[in-house]
Design a protein around this ligand. Structure first.
Ligand code: PHE
Length: 503
């Protein structure tokens, strides 16, 4: 049986944009931008996009598409003995999707709460005390929160149905889940801009503070945001591009995906900051006191603003549909990375692989539906996105850049691409990206050894943070050993590997 295929190039691009555009665009980008120089942040952001984001995306697209394999087998074809890196990327992504789905479960619950605006009058205490019923710390599990568990089941059922038939069904789902949130962001931009106080909010978002450009922290923030938002380092793009024919473009696809993602991030900032400006205006507070990011933005600040609007329940429903549709294609792309990896190694029918992964992730997610869930989610997120992503990205540069060779790799991706990439790409993969990743990794590791993250107890960080990163690595090595191919397979795969170089 041949490899599953996207029905067309635009569908692939839309699916890749769906993976890239996620919660990070709406609840991370605007805030990171505001905190790091406002309008001036666009300069480091675009520099990061062109010197690390797009080059690494070309690397991942190239790997998947030219090797026609998910991450583990693709790395194996590039360099024997490195398939663990593919597994590690996938397992880190798997760790992420476990809690990403829990955040989607919260959105399902809030979708229901929107009908009666149940979060009124105090959104913060509703979220922490009534909804999550958060305990004192990670040590107090304190029983399950049933509404969240039901939301989690709904999330995993949706993910299952989106992907169990393969990329053909994914192609159909993304035709809805990618344009719909963009239209909804548009609705919130228009609504936001027509509210009193909107301009004040936008002034906060965009007033350039060029002095910030001298601050190295700002540059690291730009690189960090670019890596996360483009879904790099989890084997997702390798899996997606492996379903393209071997003779498709690589370079232009990477440019289109990245620029579309950046555009949507920037656009989302208008929706977020105009609404926050309105909230500040209504509460007679400065914008800087109202604006927040992440969970605080989506489940506290935004619901508060929505309550103040005419037709509040309608906007509540639209907002949580926006978050759900933004999240779901990112979530199933992380699952697809694992499915592709397993399908390459073991001949198990796809449906069973998808059921297995969904069930396992659902069970794994139960810990995040307890009353200590928020704490564990915070810890897992910090460690997996910071350490996992950066290490995988760095090793990708080493394997492809140094062990395989950048010129050799360019000769794989250039011939069929709409345009060629040159020395620029080599410099980025050999020098700039690894350098930035080493600095970021060193900085954050040093910080973690000095002060425990957010003051959590050491045992919790050891278990849910370092332990999780390490567990992914150990499991990756076990999977590599467990999937050792027979000599016949090795030869066949080696043949396809060398074919890919000759054509
Ligand atoms: N890029 C997604 C976002 O911005 C998150 C994500 C990361 C999705 C990694 C898939 C893989 O929210």
């Amino acid at each position: 049986m041949g490899r599953d295929r996207w029905s067309s190039r635009p569908i692939f691009i839309i699916a890749a944009i769906g993976s890239a555009v996620g919660l990070g665009n709406i609840w991370r980008f605007p805030y990171v931008c505001y905190e790091n120089g406002g309008g001036a942040f666009l300069i480091p952001y675009f520099v990061a996009l062109f010197t690390a984001g797009i080059p690494l995306m070309i690397l991942e697209y190239g790997l998947g598409q030219r090797m026609q394999a998910g991450a583990p087998l693709a790395f194996w074809k590039i360099r024997k003995g490195w398939e663990w890196l593919g597994w590690w990327a996938i397992l880190t992504g798997f760790g992420i999707v476990i809690y990403y789905a829990v955040i989607m479960a919260w959105c399902f619950c809030y979708l229901a709460y929107s009908l009666k605006l149940s979060w009124q009058p105090d959104t913060a205490s509703f979220f922490f005390q009534r909804f999550l019923q958060s305990g004192e710390g990670p040590g107090q599990l304190g029983g399950l929160r049933w509404p969240i568990l039901v939301g989690l089941a709904l999330t995993w059922i949706s993910i299952y149905f989106a992907i169990f038939k393969g990329v053909k069904s994914v192609g159909k789902v993304v035709m809805v889940t990618v344009p719909l949130p963009v239209i909804l962001i548009g609705v919130f931009v228009v609504r936001g801009l027509t509210l009193p106080g909107a301009i004040e909010g936008l002034r906060f978002y965009l007033t350039p503070d060029f002095g910030q450009l001298l601050n190295p922290r700002v540059w690291l923030a730009a690189y960090g945001q670019v890596f996360f938002t483009l879904s790099l380092g989890f084997g997702v793009l390798i899996a997606y591009s492996s379903y393209l024919p071997k003779t498709s473009d690589v370079n232009n696809n990477a440019f289109i995906t990245s620029l579309a993602d950046a555009g949507i991030s920037f656009f989302a900032g208008f929706a977020v900051f105009s609404t926050i400006g309105y909230l500040a205006f209504q509460n007679s507070q400065p914008v800087s006191e109202v604006i927040t990011q992440g969970i605080g933005l989506a489940f506290i600040a935004y619901p508060t603003a929505i309550s103040l609007l005419p037709l509040a329940p309608v906007f509540g429903i639209l907002f949580f549909i926006l978050l759900l549709t933004l999240g779901i294609d990112s979530a199933f792309s992380l699952v697809e990375a694992g499915v592709a990896g397993i399908e390459d190694e073991w001949h198990i029918p796809r449906r069973y692989i998808v059921i297995g992964i969904c069930l396992l992730a659902f069970i794994g997610g139960i810990v995040f539906t307890t009353r200590a869930g928020l704490y564990w989610l915070d810890i897992a997120d910090h460690f997996l996105t910071n350490f996992g992503l950066a290490t995988v990205g760095l090793l990708e540069c080493i394997v492809v850049g140094y062990l395989y060779g950048t010129r050799r790799f360019r000769s794989l991706v250039n011939p069929h691409s709409d345009f060629r990439v040159g020395i620029w790409w080599d410099v980025c993969i050999l020098v700039i990206t690894p350098l930035i990743l080493v600095i970021s990794l060193g900085r954050i590791a040093w910080e973690r050894f000095r002060v425990p993250y957010e003051g959590y107890p050491q045992w919790a960080l050891a278990l849910g943070g370092w332990g999780l990163v390490l567990a992914c690595l150990i499991l990756a090595i076990i999977l590599m050993v467990g999937s050792r191919r027979s000599p016949g397979d090795l030869e066949a795969a080696a043949r396809t590997g060398s074919e890919s170089e000759s054509d």
